[in-house]
Design a protein around this ligand. Structure first.
Ligand SMILES: C[S@@+](CC[C@H](N)C(=O)[O-])C[C@H]1O[C@@H](n2cnc3c(N)ncnc32)[C@H](O)[C@@H]1O
Length: 214
């Protein structure tokens, strides 16, 4: 069984614990408050299109990429009526967009924590496709999230195959990490970026960075 190809992930979002639900709500509030209407957006690891659907009504163009074909199919079905939306099957570490294309690149709900050894490559790609002066918003689990994550996984009977420090291995296929502020700063530095790390809720950080002008 795959965590992404069954309704498992959707159940985790919809049937989650109060702490997780609060985090999901705050992520959406952040996007609505910080994305300028009329922008061009890329959602990296868009899943079944939750954030794409919310942004499409006030943005010019919203593109979602995901490397799981089931997620892409489900997003396409759900968002079929939205003419300014495109969903693409693609890996975050090598995206087929021109340089400096998007006003905002978002990567939500700890997708970044699922990228394992692709994290820095993926962040460099996000930087490449973001316009100079554009912004990258990356929302991840904080170092205080472990207990809340465990509780949320147990609530929907996620299969935890291994716990390695604060990293969960789920369904034998996905790793899910959480991050300290310093780890995030170091990751951003490796990609040639500086980020402000904001505590969105007690379990989540949102990293905000502006791509510098050259
Ligand atoms: C935690 S889910 C989040 C989905 C969505 N952002 C949301 O909040 O509903 C992570 C998503 O990232 C996708 N993903 C994982 N690794 C990826 C990669 N290397 N490239 C693109 N997508 C990836 C998964 O298929 C999954 O849909």
């Amino acid at each position: 069984m795959s965590i992404w190809s069954s309704p498992t992930f959707q159940n985790w979002i919809e049937e989650s614990t109060p702490e997780l639900k609060k985090w999901f709500e705050e992520e959406i509030k952040f996007l609505k408050e910080n994305i300028k209407p009329g922008s061009r957006i890329l959602d990296v690891g868009c899943g079944f299109g939750r954030h794409v659907e919310i942004l499409a009504p006030f943005c010019d163009e919203v593109v979602g990429i995901d490397n799981n074909d089931n997620m892409v199919k489900r997003s396409e079905e759900k968002l079929a009526g939205l003419i300014n939306v495109k969903i693409i099957l693609e890996d975050a570490k090598k995206m087929d967009f021109e340089d400096n294309y998007f006003d905002y690149v978002i990567c939500m709900t700890n997708t970044f924590g699922n990228l394992a050894d692709k994290k820095i490559e993926a962040l460099k790609e996000m930087k490449r496709v973001c316009k100079e002066g554009g912004k990258i918003f990356l929302s991840v689990f904080s170092d205080k999230a472990f207990a809340a994550r465990l509780k949320s996984y147990k609530k929907v009977n996620f299969i935890i195959t291994k716990i390695d420090g604060s990293t969960f291995h789920l369904y034998n296929e996905v790793v899910s990490e959480q991050f300290t502020k310093q780890e995030l700063k170091d990751i951003f530095e490796s990609a040639g970026l500086e980020a402000e790390i904001i505590e969105l809720t007690p379990i989540g950080y949102i990293c905000v960075t502006t791509k510098p002008q050259t």
